[in-house]
Design a protein around this ligand. Structure first.
Ligand SMILES: [Zn+2]
Length: 199
């Protein structure tokens, strides 16, 4: 983690300090602004490798969480085997996931462990943990009153683009359907109110 000096200008792309004199920084290849030298190098490298530029909505000034997330040093993440070993030692349930969250938060300043509450068709829900190899999804089927989600580490998988699209679609469908239901209920409650208001 870095500490910010309030007098120092901030790179809009990564959020780190830039040089006081704007022209001593890099000029973005894609946006009409200055960015820090490290981001200038990253933009050039992406162009050279024919990779798309970092989307504007993932820049620090738009989304500090995403920017912090993109700057994770992979070497400081746990590996797949470390996570599985950690769960074996600390318990294959939610409290151990919270310990991993806390450990990551100390290291990176943000908590990058997510809880996916919806069924993937095979399991009730899952946790998604960034690891050195990618993003590991650890499912659960049961929720206990003492240990909360009881994990199934033997069913852990690495997320690929296809999986992410599947979960995104499922989440969207679920949210759309629930919003429809709540709109319907709101409308019924409002109708009831107007009836009582006008006897
Ligand atoms: Zn930067």
């Amino acid at each position: 983690m870095y500490t910010k000096d309030p007098t120092q200008p901030m790179c809009p792309r990564c959020g780190k300090s830039m040089r006081m004199n704007p022209v001593e920084n890099a000029t973005s290849r894609h946006e009409p602004c200055h960015i820090c030298s490290a981001c200038g190098v990253d933009e050039a490298a992406r162009d050279y490798m024919q990779r798309p530029p970092l989307p504007r909505e993932l820049w620090h000034d738009h989304d500090p969480y995403a920017a912090a997330f993109l700057q994770f040093d992979k070497q400081h993440l746990m590996s797949r085997s470390e996570v599985l070993e950690f769960l074996k030692v600390n318990g294959e349930h939610e409290p151990a996931i919270t310990m991993i969250s806390d450990r990551y938060e100390d290291e990176f300043g943000i908590d990058p462990v997510w809880h996916y509450h919806l069924s993937d068709g095979w399991h009730t829900g899952a946790y998604i943990i960034p690891i050195q190899e990618g993003y590991m999804m650890i499912p659960y089927d049961e929720v206990d009153s003492e240990y909360y989600e009881i994990l199934l580490p033997e069913a852990a998988t690495l997320l690929d683009v296809e999986c992410c699209e599947h979960f995104k679609k499922e989440l969207q469908t679920y949210a759309d359907e629930m919003c429809k239901i709540f709109r319907l209920i709101t409308s019924i409650i409002n109708d009831g109110r107007s009836e009582t208001a006008c006897p």
